[in-house]
Structures are given as structure tokens and as C-alpha cells.
Design a protein around this ligand. Structure first.
Ligand code: G3P
Length: 212
């Protein structure tokens, strides 16, 4: 399972680079980073981490997204162009895939959007599980449906669990067989922690220091 860090913060990427297979960004995360030069930021991320770096288009038309996607792909060979699961976003995915450019189809909220993304040759499709849970739907059910559909039909598109809010999202995505997950730094940090590990280490240290 690939683990991506969902951030545009270079310090966090540096901190966790031994544990991640790449990075995913989105316009909100890029804006939050405060970087004025988006393409420069993506280049820096690509140099900091090895593996795919998802960079999202902000254009709203087919022509705009296509041109922007091609421009983003030229920044670095690790760039994975992030496109929305819309009529035009999917058409751009098909065109970029035909050119050998990797893609991540974002804002996926239904199995039909995921199916179309796979048909258009998407490298990844990103179901937003937390945002589905937020409105009373079942985000994990969508992961299960997408994994099943891709398995049954032999699509190579990977399910990339996104909008991850807690460790249950991580554990269940791994158990269901999502090919990838992207986590914000605070969730990845929680993956290392267990109170019994901390307590156990304290006991070992105390016993070691008190040996006769
Ligand atoms: O990268 C997209 C996604 O992970 C966003 O998550 O928490 O804003 O729903 P969130």
C-alpha cells in the first residue's frame, strides 16, 4: 500500500520522508503553505521526496485543464496531475493518460465517478471518505465499492483513500485493499503512537536504571 502525505508543507515532508511514498497537494493546501510560486513549490516537493507528487489543476475548462496539466507534468517526472471527477476533468484525464502522463482523479464521491476515471486511464482515483462521513454517508463503503469494481474488471487504477480523518480510516482502507492512502501529517503522527509503547518504554528505562 502506498502512503502519501497530504500536505504542501516542506518541513512536514522532510520530517516524514522515510515513511512516505509521495505527496498529495490540493489548492487549499497550497494556499495554506503561503507559497506564492505554485510551480516552484511543486518542484521543491519533488526534490524533497521520491515518488509521485500530486499537483492539482485550478482551471475550470477542458482546454484550460489540459494546458495546465501538461505544464504541471513538465515540472518534474514525479508529478501526477490531479483533476476533478467531472465531465471535463475525465476527458482531460483520458487525453493526458494517452500521452503517458500520470493522473489522480480527485473529489470522487461515487462508484460511477471512479468507474469512469478507471475507463479514462487514471493512475489513481481519490475518494474523499471524511467528507462523505461528514454528511452522514459511509466513506469506507465507497472505498470497498471501488476496490471491488476495479478488481472485478482488472483495472489498474489505484484507489487512493483521501480526506482521511482518523486511524480507523487508515486501518480499514488497508484491510479493504485500497492501493494507496493519503494522510495529513497529524494522522500519520498518530500512526506511530500507542500509550502502551510509551508506558512500556518508561518501565524498561526505569528497570534498567535501577538494576543491581
Ligand atoms: O487532498 C484531498 C483531501 O485529502 C482533503 O481532505 O480533510 O480537506 O476533506 P479534507
Amino acid at each position: 500500500m502506498e502512503i502519501f502525505l497530504d500536505t504542501a508543507d516542506i518541513d512536514d515532508i522532510e520530517l516524514y520522508k522515510d515513511f512516505i511514498d509521495g505527496v498529495t497537494t490540493n489548492p487549499s493546501l497550497a494556499a495554506k503553505s503561503g507559497a506564492k510560486d505554485f510551480e516552484g513549490l511543486i518542484k521543491k516537493i519533488c526534490k524533497t521526496v521520491s515518488g509521485p507528487v500530486s499537483a492539482e489543476v485550478v482551471s475550470e475548462t477542458y482546454d484550460g485543464m489540459l494546458a495546465e496539466g501538461k505544464r504541471l507534468a513538465k515540472i518534474h517526472s514525479a508529478v501526477c496531475v490531479k483533476l476533478p471527477c467531472t465531465f471535463d476533468g475525465l476527458r482531460v484525464c483520458k487525453a493526458l493518460s494517452a500521452d503517458g502522463i500520470s493522473t489522480n482523479l480527485t473529489l470522487c464521491f461515487s462508484p460511477t465517478q471512479g468507474l469512469l476515471a478507471a475507463k479514462c486511464g487514471a493512475t489513481y482515483v481519490s475518494p474523499f471518505i471524511g467528507r462523505l462521513d461528514d454528511i452522514g454517508h459511509d466513506g469506507m463503503a465507497l472505498i470497498e465499492e471501488l476496490v471491488d469494481v476495479f478488481d472485478v474488471h482488472g483495472y489498474e487504477t489505484k484507489v487512493l483513500a483521501a480526506s482521511v480523518r482518523n486511524l480507523q480510516h487508515v486501518i480499514q482502507s488497508a484491510m479493504i485493499g485500497a492501493g494507496a492512502i493519503t494522510m495529513p501529517p497529524k494522522i500519520l503522527a498518530q500512526c506511530f503512537d500507542h500509550p502502551l509503547t510509551t508506558k512500556g518504554l518508561e518501565i524498561f528505562a526505569k528497570d534498567w536504571k535501577g538494576r543491581k
